[in-house]
Design a protein around this ligand. Structure first.
Ligand code: ATP
Length: 981
């Protein structure tokens, strides 16, 4: 490749356009001082991408733009174009001829580059310069006064020059690149190893944790497969047992109630009986006292009477001498007394018969009353039995929740799974009076079964639970989401005092404070009216904006749609069910109380009946006795009459009955009455005693039974409590721990082991799980992830380690190449160096040497130069000319060893003597085949040996122009220069 043209305008002193054409070989540029020769050097450097304004001899880059002179105005831009012949394709530009150019505009900053007139980047230009080899070597452009720098440079700088010549930069770049790779590989390797170390530390406990978690999961699954089946069996078994115990307890409770009421009845009866007996005994004692008194009176009277009687008999028997008158008188006396007795007995009989009649009527009435009481008591008994049966049916209905939707039932049964989030059904939370139950139920209808929860999250959890367990559907009301509804104030005011208006529905129900929002959400804007007619009026008044419900449950909806009519009194009604249970529970004790009162009445009346019967018997006996006595007296009377008739035929005139007889009769009657009464009382006392005995026996029997049943029931209660706890715990375990409903557990888990073995196994698995302590289930996945990462990193480490070895090998290889190339170049350069040196100095010796021969890779390069007869070792001690000769010798040696395409030499031979200038020029000629030289010179010797000469002048002061010159002209120019000097 050749530089064939340099064009410049506006660059430094080139105010006018300058064009220099080259044709290879050695071109000399001559001219007076300051004529602008070196500016050509600068121009070429500038186009090739020089960025340092100092290297261009300025204070700023703008200093390269023509600054104006006395006669020529400053310019606004500098432009330099280099044209190359690329027919050897040394550069990858696809043209035989191509240009590169650079433009700088004043005040604009920045530089513009062009390749073949097309915009290009500075980088593209530098690449071309590199490719061409012009900027590859620091020896391609040697500026004025810098040639000695080669000799005086540091060993390291000289090594750089040798390396350029040796062409090791490619390998050094590759080595640097490989080193960067090595650094990054080692860095990556370090990082990977650090992470591997960390992971290894983490993996040790993590593997243990994961192993523990796996065992935990395995055992938990085994536990679940057995325990769920066991729970299902237990729930089934204990539920049945619980139902059985409930039934037994309830039956026993009924028995206890019955026995207790009987016991209380017996106790009352026994007490009454005792009281009655006591009273009767007191009365009997009183009667006995009176009787004794009368008997003593009678005894006195009878003594007196018997004396009179004896005398009368003596007279009538003739034992005593008596007259007929006396005999008749005695007979009359006897007759009169007998007659009085007969009358007395007759009268007694009459009153006794009346008493018997009255008592018989009373007895009949009493029996009728007792019969009525017994049938009433039986009615009550039947009522109690049917109420108990109905209650049992309703309670079973309530307990089994057969009237609830499947989903609602599932959630209630599994409420433990939702903890405090579950609040209950609307029905459980809202209560009202019986009076308003139809209205409220009619409004709420199926909403009564909606389940109230705390938040929508609980509702979502419950819906998923229903899905997972195929537990049916349910509706949920999350308290945190609902807003209370209310009527507008003016509407509330309008309702006040309206006929038929009862209240707002929300005012008629009772709720806990927590559920007031729920109450207002469901019922806050619903009006309750007395009747459907009233409701219609209210609906119109409120312009059909609110729902109105009547006490019967008829509804007028918002907008006016009316529904209602006869309601079925069915048990499906949730609110009615509760109400029915409560009313039956209230009714039973009052029925029992009535029944007990009737039983008491029955006992009382039966006692009365007994009293009546025994007094009737007594009176009948008394009547019979009296009759018997009267008949005997009538016989006696008849005998006496016959006796009297035998004494006298005169009509019988009764003599006055003696006072004693009358008194005796009176007392005897009283005595009989008292005795009869006393017997009645005694009989009653005896019968009361007899009656009491079975009561006492039965009472102690009942007490015994009560004791036994109570004991049995408390045993049942204890067992039931235990069972209920087991049921609660089992249910809780199923729903809370396993999140299963009983139904889905039953469908999916069957107990295959014998129940006791299963229980033992469950316990031992639980113990084993407990012994595992804290378990982290996430550790399994974490461990897998860490293991995977660890293995990947291990692979990475292996790959990186191999990559490192490969890089190290490559670096080693490149080091060998670099060492070889340097050694080879040093050898060639040394051959040439000695030759050029000896030619220039006419003898002596010169060579380059390694500062450290043991480290060719990094060693500096020393110059050993010995002009003839001199043994100066320090290069600095040589003269300027000597230094220039050493440097030029080395320059030529290197160019010869490794030719470069272009070399610009700016007055490098200035310090040489004439003979060496000639030698210098001849060396140029000997090297020109491989290297194009542009030499700026003032020296005659040089001028004579170049192939072409350009002269530089400043015809107008301050502006350079070039022209081709002949040698003679050139000499004149030089003369001018010499004269100037
Ligand atoms: P010598 O033989 O003394 O080395 P030379 O021919 O190499 O001289 P240069 O160094 O190429 O001269 O040119 C320097 C001249 O260029 C100076 O006269 C300087 O004033 C002029 N010059 C440099 N920069 C500018 C610029 N920006 N505008 C105008 N003239 C400039």
């Amino acid at each position: 490749m050749k530089l064939i043209k340099v064009e410049a305008q506006g660059f430094k002193s080139f105010a006018d356009r300058v064009v220099l054409n080259f044709d290879g070989g050695v071109v000399g540029i001559v001219g007076p001082n300051g004529s602008g020769k070196s500016n050509i050097n600068d121009a070429i450097k500038w186009v090739l991408g020089e960025q340092s304004f100092k290297a261009l001899r300025g204070d700023s880059m703008e200093d390269v733009i023509f600054a104006g002179s006395k006669t020529v105005k400053e310019l606004d831009q500098a432009e330099v174009i280099l044209t190359f012949d690329n027919s050897d394709r040394a550069v990858s530009v696809p043209h035989d001829i191509f240009t590169i150019s650079r433009v700088l505009k004043r005040g604009k900053g920045g530089n513009e580059y062009y390749i073949n007139g097309e915009h290009a980047r500075a980088k593209d230009i530098k690449e071309i310069a590199m490719e061409s080899g012009i900027s590859k070597s620091s020896l391609a452009i040697i500026s004025q006064g810098t040639i000695s720098d080669i000799a005086e440079a540091s060993p390291e700088h000289r090594r750089a020059i040798i390396e350029e010549a040796a062409g090791t930069s490619k390998y050094k770049d590759r080595k640097a690149e490989a080193k960067r790779k090595l650094d990054s590989t080692e860095e990556a390797l370090d990082k990977v190893r650090t992470i591997i170390d960390e992971l290894e530390k983490r993996l040790i406990p993590l593997r243990k944790q994961a192993e523990k978690a796996k065992i935990f999961i395995e055992k938990s699954e085994e536990l679940k497969s057995i325990e769920v089946g066991l729970l299902v069996e237990d729930l089934q078994f204990f539920s049945e047992k619980n139902s059985f115990l409930s039934k037994e307890i309830s039956e026993n409770s009924e028995k206890i109630n019955d026995l207790e009421s009987k016991l209380s009845l017996f106790t009352t009866t026994i007490n009454e009986n005792n009281n009655q007996k006591l009273n009767l005994e007191q009365e009997a004692d009183q009667l006995q006292l009176e009787l004794s008194k009368i008997e003593s009176e009678i005894h006195q009277l009878e003594l007196r009477q018997s004396k009179i009687e004896q005398r009368r008999q003596d007279i009538l028997n003739g034992t005593i001498q008596a007259t007929t008158e006396e005999k008749i008188d005695s007979l009359k006396q006897e007759l009169s007394e007998t007659r009085t007795k007969i009358d007395h007995y007759s009268k007694f009989e009459e009153t006794t018969e009346q008493t018997i009649k009255d008592n018989t009527i009373s007895l009949n009435n009493l029996e009728r009353e007792i019969f009525r009481i017994i049938s009433e008591k039986n009615d009550k008994n039947n009522n109690i039995n049917s109420a108990r049966t109905k209650l049992a049916v309703l309670e079973e209905h309530k307990q089994k929740r057969t009237n609830l939707y499947k989903g609602t039932r599932t959630i209630i049964e599994s409420k433990d799974a939702f903890g405090k989030g579950f609040k209950g059904t609307v029905f459980d939370l809202i209560k009202t009076e019986t009076e308003f139950a139809s209205a409220i139920e009619s409004v709420l209808k199926s909403a009564l079964q909606h389940i109230v929860v705390d938040t929508p999250e609980t509702a979502v959890k419950a819906v998923n639970f229903l899905k997972e367990n195929r537990g049916g559907q349910a509706t949920f009301i999350p308290l945190s989401s609902i807003q209370p509804k209310e009527m507008r104030n003016e509407h509330k005011v309008a309702l006040q005092g309206q006929k038929g208006f009862i209240a707002i529905a929300s005012e008629l129900v009772k709720v806990d404070k927590e559920f007031e929002k729920l109450r207002d959400f469901l019922l806050g804007n619903i009006v309750v009216a007395q009747t459907i007619d009233g409701a219609n009026k209210l609906s119109k008044l409120l312009q059909l904006r609110y729902m109105i419900v009547t006490l019967d449950g008829d509804i007028i909806r918002v907008g006016g749609v009316i529904s209602g009519g006869q309601k079925n009194d069915n048990d499906d009604s949730l609110m009615k069910l509760e109400e029915n249970i409560a009313s039956i529970k209230n009714l039973i004790p009052s029925l029992i109380e009535t029944k007990q009162k009737l039983e008491q009445q029955e006992v009382e009346l039966s006692n009365k009946k007994q009293d009546l019967i025994s007094s009737l018997t007594e009176w009948r006996n008394e009547l019979a006795n009296t009759k018997e006595k009267r008949i005997k007296l009538v016989d006696k009377y008849d005998q006496l009459r016959i006796q009297l008739d035998s004494f006298s035929k005169e009509a019988l005139e009764f003599s006055k009955t003696s006072d004693i007889a009358v008194e005796l009769m009176k007392f005897t009657t009283q005595k009989n009455e008292l005795a009869a009464n006393l017997r009645i009382k005694r009989t009653r006392i005896t019968s009361l005693g007899n009656e009491l005995l079975p009561y006492l026996n039965q009472k102690s029997e009942i007490e015994q039974q009560l004791y036994t049943i109570n004991k049995e029931n408390s045993g049942y209660e204890t067992e039931k409590n235990k069972i209920e706890m087991i049921l609660r715990e089992s249910q809780k375990r199923l729903t809370e721990y396993y999140q299963l409903t009983l139904e889905s557990a039953r469908e999916n888990y069957k107990l295959e082991l014998e129940i006791n073995n299963a229980r033992e196994l469950v316990q031992s698995l639980k113990n084993e799980l407990k012994l595992l302590g804290n378990v982290n289930p996430d550790s399994i996945q974490e461990c897998e992830e860490v293991e995977e990462r660890y293995n990947n990193l291990k692979e990475n480490e292996e790959e990186l380690s191999q990559a490192k070895d490969t890089i190290l090998e490559a670096i080693n290889e490149m080091d060998k190449i670099i060492v070889n190339k340097i050694q080879e170049t040093v050898k060639i350069v040394n051959d040439e160096f000695r030759y050029v040196f000896q030619s220039m100095f006419g003898g002596g010796d010169a060579r380059i040497e390694y500062s450290d021969p043991h480290n060719i890779l990094e060693t500096g390069i020393e110059i050993i130069a010995q002009p003839p007869g001199k043994s100066v070792k320090n290069l600095k001690l040589f003269s300027g000319g000597e230094k220039a000769i050493i440097a030029i010798s080395l320059l030529f040696a290197i160019i010869k060893a490794k030719p470069i395409p272009l070399c610009i030499l700016d007055e490098v031979e200035a310090a040489l003597d004439e003979a060496n200038v000639i030698r210098y020029a001849e060396f140029l000629q000997s090297l020109k085949d491989k290297t194009q030289f542009i030499v700026i010179t003032h020296r005659h010797g040089t001028m004579t040996k170049v192939d072409h000469l350009f002269g530089a002048t400043m015809q107008k002061r301050g502006v350079t122009s070039f022209f081709s010159v002949e040698l003679s002209k050139a000499k004149e120019l030089i003369k001018e220069v010499e004269e100037q000097n």
